[in-house]
Design a protein around this ligand. Structure first.
Ligand SMILES: [Zn+2]
Length: 55
């Protein structure tokens, strides 16, 4: 299964956003277990400021 039945978030969505829809995603989406851990470990944007607070 590459989609979480609880929050309806697909694997691709999570890849794109870098965020899971809910904590169930980790267990529901098998592929996620491998990739998301690397994603969170590798993707640590700390100094990246998006256009927030600009409006
Ligand atoms: Zn989910």
């Amino acid at each position: 299964m590459n989609k979480c039945p609880y929050c309806n978030t697909s694997y691709n969505e999570i890849l794109q956003t870098g965020f899971v829809g809910c904590s169930r995603c980790y267990s529901e989406i098998e592929m996620l277990g491998q990739n998301i851990s690397q994603m969170h470990l590798g993707k640590t944007y700390k100094g990246r400021k998006a256009k927030s607070g600009n409006v």
